[in-house]
Design a protein around this ligand. Sequence first.
Ligand code: PLP
Length: 420
Amino acid sequence: MHDFQYKRDELCCEAVPISAIADRVGTPFYLYSYNTLLSHFRVFDSAFSSMQHLVCFSVKANSNIAVLKTFANLGGGVDIVSGGELFRALLAGVEPKKIVYSGVGKRPDEIEFALMTGILMFNIESIQELELIDFIAGTLGKRAGISFRINPDIDPKTHPYISTGLKKNKFGIDIKKSLDEYKSARRLENIDIVGVDCHIGSQITDLEPFVATLQRIRELILELQENGISIRYLDLGGGLGITYDDETPPHPNIYAEAVAEEVSDLNCVVILEPGRVIVGNAGILVTKVLYTKKSEEKNFVIVDAGMNDLIRPTLYGSYQGIQPVKLTERNEFVADLVGPICESGDFLAKDREMPQFERGDLVAVMSAGAYGFTMSSNYNSRPRVSEVMVAGDRFHIIREREEYYDLVEAEKIPDFLVSK
Ligand SMILES: *Cc1c(COP(=O)(O)O)cnc(C)c1O
């Protein structure tokens, strides 16, 4: 459950009416419930209490430093995919030995930053990457903990853009070659083999692909052990789905039971990299109706948030719930909820049954806590929106709305263009 509920016809976040926040900070804005973040993290973490484990929140799902701090305070680690995410994690006080680094394109400067930080491990996606990490570690006099990201060739049955564990995807190394790769990694001087890693995709609502992956990874770990390569960390990645509409993903407890069944005898520390399942339903995007109009074929509700603020519907055709912030006696109609961006792909909901919104109404776009703000951009020179966190009966601005000056701060007009 989450903490976005109607109280006397007013949508509230915990004890705070959302309209009161809109009055103070303007629209649009992202809004997160602190207590939902807490309880989602705790539910997920305690699901794995029967085994040695570390929950490494996937920073790319929501990288606001107040959100990261919330999890760091609970003893959580993070999964990062860039130097920028490492920088954020350190600002939020995440312990270096609880940081794992994933991604196919780690740059030399990012590798150096991570080695100097002393992170737990790099999840290796290619042999060239491994060799570079070995080399950089050598020049710095450091050792690099690594695991190979295994591509198990499993179909996670999710949107193709967020499937990552199929042979045709760019991620990881082929499971068939992995034993050989581990054997050759053993010869590298500055590398410590510490784990096995996989991550098959996102918004997975079925247990079956997870179980199939676990079985393959289990076989690999046993094979590695037979070859004298002991594995301390088993990183299972993220990917557990959430309910946006009518999906019925397995509860973390069910997922954890399946994990326990396959790995409890392996004597590994299990690392989990959940993103969406922790933050997705802990956040919403609040926007205001600017205009409504009716064409021959359609009703349009034009709001002040667009695809630059929340790109998931455009990018994946994904569903976000649409709710009025104030319940009224309005009739319903079928309409498109669209933004101000000059693209026909700029919509937040299409052909959706919704209240007959009118100018000035506040609209809550639900389940926007994951891959919402982090995927936002300045397209159409729109300043990025503010982020607000509610805890109990108080709200806190955790990111100020950008101003026009922020848009151009890093830009320069070269002298030759300036007329004398
Ligand atoms: C994106 C990502 C995650 C988080 O995925 P969710 O579906 O949000 O849980 C975890 N690990 C890696 C390597 C990722 O790329």
